[in-house]
Design a binder for this molecule. Sequence first.
Ligand code: NDP
Length: 390
Amino acid sequence: MNPTPPRPAAPPRRVVVLGSTGSVGVQTLQVIEHLRDRGGETLEVVGLAAGRNADELQSQAQRFGRPVTALASPGPDAPSQAFDFTGPDAAQELIESVEADLVVSAIVGIAGLSATAAALRLGRDVALANKETLVAAGELVMPLLTAHGGSLRPVDSEHAAIAACLAGRPVEDVKRVVLTASGGPFREWPADQIRNATPEQALEHPNWDMGPKITIDSATMMNKALEVIEAHHLFGLPAERIAVVVHPQSVVHGFVELRDHGVLAQLGPPDMRGPIQAALTHPCTRPGSAAPLDWATLGRLDFEPPDEDRFPALALARRVITSSGGGGGATLNAANEAAVAAFLERRIPFGRIVELAAGALDALPPRPLTGLDDVYDADRAARAWVEQQI
Ligand code: NDP
């Protein structure tokens, strides 16, 4: 063994939370309070951004010493003068006006792209939950890291696990990475039943308590498809070196298979406060806020291959990664967002979600991305195409 390595630098102090009123945002603020009360770590919340939940944003602002606030859609009853920035660009304006060490990117969907890209253009470190940013615009976003000196810390539990296992290993040492998938609520359902599942059934996730969009994505397994594309950009790996295995207990979050056939894995309770805290305190480790694994009662860990006949979304990820020209990720992401919204509004059956996402890829050939405007063009075209089909 080498001598004890030097203590890593202290974690960041000033934090902005984008999407603070959502599932990841609320848990991020809980972890920040936990670190202050139990971990001896005081992170200062300097900015909070949300979509439409004015009451929750105001109450969070009071709780955290009145940081700068941004609300995208204040609504008729919300006092817009209560927030520092309002309107569709509010989160980006907040990022550009506040000095911060770390930005937690937890807005849902493509709405998170502009503020996340702005943070990276300012060289900020970003704890990334908003996978849609990399799915839609990874080709444009990843170069911002080298150009401006910021970093991306994955918050998605699978990518956080893989990053922890990689621990700076050169990519040539890695045979492939493996993302685990819970399989969602329909893992054991027959195809015809899955096709007609209701929003209530699809929103009933067996292991994770998350926002509605990602919960539906988990039920279609589109979430895993988006995560494969996210892993492709984050770790610089081709599609054939990113595998998915269904693991119903959601205890092993990710594997790294090395070229010497050794396998590294990261395990932890299925609780997002774990990866959120790891991203907040990186490169240090602090006492955890989530309950630890109980080995005595854990029982078995099961693994099975994904059934791509019943869950055809995964093939779309490989298609986007291997298609030339870029832009396919923006199309897939937007078509999926539009289809999920239509399903939750009961305008289409569950089975149509992935069909529409695949149809958009067929109908709208990918175009090279030269800037974020190209991403938004592809996004608009895919949403319009999906609406035409409904
Ligand atoms: P939620 O739906 O719970 O929360 C979404 C957040 O985004 C809310 O704070 C919402 O504000 C905010 N928001 C929406 N539109 C805008 C906008 N235009 N400007 C500013 N804020 C906006 O989502 P989750 O927390 O579940 O997911 C967030 C991201 O994290 C997604 O990309 C998801 O894939 C990813 N993720 C989530 C996990 C989870 O466990 N939930 C796990 C891994 C990844 P408001 O509520 O005020 O409208």
